[in-house]
Design a protein. Sequence first.
Length: 336
Amino acid sequence: MRNAALRRMGITAAVTALVAGLTACGGGAGSEGGTLNWRLAETHPSDYPTTQADQWFADQLRKRSDGRINIEVYPDAQLGEERDVLEQMQLGSIELNRTNANLVGEFVPSWEAFGIPYLFDDSEHFWRFLRGEGGQAKLDELSEAGVVGLTYYDSGARSVYTTGEPVESPADLAGRNIRVQPGSVTADVIDAFGGSATTMSFSEVYSSLETGVIDGAENNFPSYVSTRHYEVAGNYTLTEHQRVPEVLMISQTAWDQLSEQDKELVRTVARESTEKQRELWAEEVEQSRQVLEDNGVTITELDDRGEFERAVSALREAEAGAYADFLEAVEAARQP
Ligand code: BDP
């Protein structure tokens, strides 16, 4: 665990106590009587797979609760950047959120484990883990931040992209500023590769690439395309350094307003929305790769991805010490 995360634990504990206090005073209204009108925050635009799954979840829930649970999805970061939304959830002003696991480490330090590079062999390994006890244990840990983890969504693999020359080996990252998500282990990954990590909100990346404040960033194909970052940083290198899930969560305060039966309904519909999202995701990965090819983006397949893996081996070992149980579950999910 990094020092910054340790420092932040004090804040997290205080906020958790505050949320627990609020819940004790105001909770328990039950959802049988009136309508619950809740907001779900989403960073991506309405046609992105996570947003479409959020919307499917909201529509199904409205229908299957006979209108008792009424969730409105706010796409395009209308309710704020992901980090700020997480804070607002803890204060009870936003009820639901779809966020990337990399952002959660700042609020629940053990979630930093998802950012350990080259953790999962492939998508099958990743989903076997998420669907198993290990994945459920991670969702349960979210209670530390005053939220309830409902389900995971796919986010593929994150890879580096740059302006200027393509990256073919870690040495090509020397002296280049690469944007990473706030609070993520990815900063350490980029630094270990030999680049220079710069933390920045998602919405600032396009203009920062355009003006040269940064020389690159890292993300999956669908995000690289939906943000149009490829227009200003046209070299994508398949480093595939992380597979980090998306997570759908609800604040504990909102959760406590549901009857036991409605809690079960919310969990069921959330799980079903994952299936929906994964189908949409697979299609989107194909389509976005096509967009990149049509637009002349250079996609570099690495001859030796091992060079990147070796560059982060010390970091992997350092992080491993703190997350033995997690890594054991990841290891167990390697076998079908
Ligand atoms: C995307 C995630 C989004 C992140 C964004 C980022 O879906 O939630 O915040 O990356 O890099 O893949 O900020």
